[in-house]
Design a protein around this ligand. Structure first.
Ligand SMILES: Nc1nc2c(c(=O)[nH]1)N[C@H]1C(S)=C(S)[C@@H](COP(=O)(O)O)O[C@H]1N2
Ligand SMILES: [Mo]
Length: 335
């Protein structure tokens, strides 16, 4: 067993796990006659320990078993070449992840290697003229790929800067040909309790779901990442394709998507269903609107632990602030 020391920028899990989850977890464990001792053995402390097994793959290595690897690296879009901050060290970004399907801690990368990424069916359905199911490989090959370096701000007050490869979400919307009545895009992650042990947690509302308005989904910043650091997306980052919406808190950037559904009903997202007061639908970054349990004024850079001020819209206001001028949701726009 190797003990991973917690770095200064890593909040203890109990500080960031939604209270509702904790309450429910205790209730469930009590019901099962386990109590907290069982809970700890069952993995609440698992964030600090990693299996001693030797993994052939290590963070930063080429992504194993991804036949679409020949597509990368791709050309950087000059509009998104300068994030104004140093790019996060690749190994840091790919060994500190949030992916509840594989555990509630940040060291999920070894477990996430269980994710089978081929074949991977992607379904586009709902209020569209061109409903279709196609393999991720075919979808990715159809799209014009580019690289974009984005700032990324998690609701837990840490941040990174990474070069994503992929395509604008607007291009997928074009492919789908939504009907005039479609108002939202709902996205859903895979569901497979054998592959992803985190999905055996009955207190979490699987599958992971996220949603955007059509105006958000077709904004130029909204991006489907299929790669990172010039390689196909590693499993822990949400292979084979995940959303990136850098003006919103990180939980909106749903991983390992299997379904895009166009709808006239506002989707209820995974975190919203668990704890609506803390993790709402809009979740736009704003240093002036605190999370109910911590300030959002500053963020810790995951490489260095340096604390920097958080920017409204994560610094992307020129491109996105206009999307919200007619929405009267007050502070709810920022939570
Ligand atoms: N399916 C799924 N998508 C998810 C999550 C998750 O638990 N499951 N976590 C979210 C959160 S809270 C964050 S901060 C980012 C982390 O992305 P990264 O691990 O690639 O940095 O993924 C988001 N997408
Ligand atoms: Mo997050």
């Amino acid at each position: 067993m190797r003990i991973i020391r917690r770095r200064s920028w890593e909040l203890p899990e109990r500080a960031v796990t939604p209270e509702a989850v904790w309450r429910d977890r205790r209730a469930v464990l009590k019901g099962l006659g386990l109590g907290m001792a069982g809970a700890v053995a069952g993995g609440l402390g698992g964030g600090l320990l990693m299996p001693g097994r030797a993994f052939a793959y290590q963070p930063g290595d080429p992504t194993p078993d991804t036949p679409w690897g020949d597509l990368y690296p791709v050309k950087t879009n000059p509009a998104y070449a300068d994030p104004g901050r140093p790019v996060t060290v690749e190994k840091t970004a790919s060994s500190y992840n949030n992916f509840y399907e594989f555990g509630t801690h940040k060291r999920i990368w070894p477990d996430a290697q269980k994710l089978k990424v081929q074949p991977w069916a992607v379904t586009i359905d709902g209020m569209v003229d061109a409903p279709q199911t196609l393999d991720a490989d075919a979808l990715i090959r159809r799209m014009a790929l580019e690289e974009r370096i984005y700032r990324f701000r998690c609701v837990e007050a840490w941040s990174m800067v990474v070069p994503w490869s992929g395509f604008p979400l607007a291009d997928l919307v074009k492919l789908a040909q939504p009907k005039a009545g479609a108002k939202y895009l709902r996205m859903e992650t895979f569901e497979d309790r054998e592959m992803a042990h985190g999905q055996r947690s009955i207190w979490l509302p699987w599958p992971y779901v996220e949603g955007l308005t059509m105006a958000e989904a077709t904004n130029d910043l909204a991006f489907i990442a299929t790669g990172i650091y010039g390689k196909p997306l590693p499993r822990q980052h949400g292979a084979p394709l995940r959303l990136v919406v850098p003006w919103k808190y990180g939980f909106k950037s749903i991983k390992s998507i299997v379904r895009f559904t166009f709808t006239d009903e506002r989707p209820v997202s995974f975190w919203e269903q668990l704890q609506d007061q803390e993790y709402g639908f809009w979740a736009n970054v704003n240093p002036e609107v605190s999370h109910p349990r911590w300030s959002q004024a500053r963020e810790q850079v995951i490489d260095t632990g340096e604390e920097i001020p958080t920017l409204k819209w994560n610094g992307y206001g020129d491109q996105v602030a206009g999307l919200y001028t007619d929405i009267r949701d007050g502070d709810r726009l920022f939570r």
